[in-house]
Design a protein around this ligand. Sequence first.
Ligand code: PLP
Length: 374
Amino acid sequence: MAAMKLEPFALERFFARHEFTAAHVLCASDCETFTIRELLALETGAEEKFAALRLGYTETAGNPELRQQIANLYQGVTAADILVFAGAEEAIFIFMNAVLNSGDRLLVHSPYYQSLVAVARGNGCQVTPWQTSQENGWKLDLGFLERSSTAATRALVVNFPHNPSGYLPGRDFFERCLQLAAARGWLVFSDEVYRFLEYQPENRLPAACELYENGVSLGVMSKSFGLAGLRLGWVACRNRAVLEKMATFKDYTTICTAAPSEFLATLALRHHVTILKRNREIIARNLELLRVFMRQHSGLFSWQEPLAGPVAFPRVNFAEASDDFCADLLEKHGVLLLPGRLFAAAPDQFRIGFGRGDFQAGLEKLAAYMRENC
Ligand SMILES: Cc1ncc(COP(=O)(O)O)c(C=O)c1O
């Protein structure tokens, strides 16, 4: 077997250079975080229990209570359908390596978070992008799935709510996608890391694992819950053969998740209603500021307003590509935006993130830059 070759992860390399030196990170995709003290204050006695936690190995599949708390986020899913990973990233890496085979074809919702494509390609899979664009309101065309189906097609990869556009389809559309996949025997890898951040709660989609036994729902503490530093993610899936393959591969990556992370994630999930409410409120406040900004700069930027999540993907009207604008903005005002090419998307797009508490300060710097330079 040829050694696996992975292309550099453009977005993560960009973050590695700038995320911890930029004065204003205005493109983050995670929500405002919490301190350990704030989490422990959610329950009496939690501080004592955390201090008494033993730091031995943990269970490969994940702590049973944690898996139960995760299962409670879904309908018709039990703790046995949950497998815990070191972030969503490890789950993506393992699914693409352990469940797919070289030569398999994947249809991938695009633009995409790069690992959803790069890891599969590294494993010898063929990827066909299921392309969306701002012109089409980031909508997907179901006819494409029918036209692109080949004998080698093995899986469909979707990401709702979508990073970077904030797009969320209707429930009918999602159900038809899953029906189509079921009729062809495809697996559906459904990246749902922004689930629970719908602006209208009634628009929340069911999880893929609830509707389809070959649906693999990806979740994580990083985004909607604002706890990226825990590095704790999971898949929820009723197909035990898929879970078994992933668990077997995990013995060669992390074996098990960090005990303090499992403790804190379990605690946070017991209070997920409180945490999600706070994060949705931050997003709602910031999104209103962003709407005003976009109205005031409508000649310079255009966008399709997101429907869910902490990111949007506007376009610059004053240049062919957003790269120079992003670089100049960072240099002059220390504000970090993500150029669209990092998503293999149209180069005039850029990602802006509004899930954090310091969004207004960064947006004011961006407005100052626009006044001085445009
Ligand atoms: C769509 C999507 N999936 C997966 C991930 C990976 O999440 P994590 O960094 O928590 O492992 C990200 C992170 O940005 C993402 O945007």
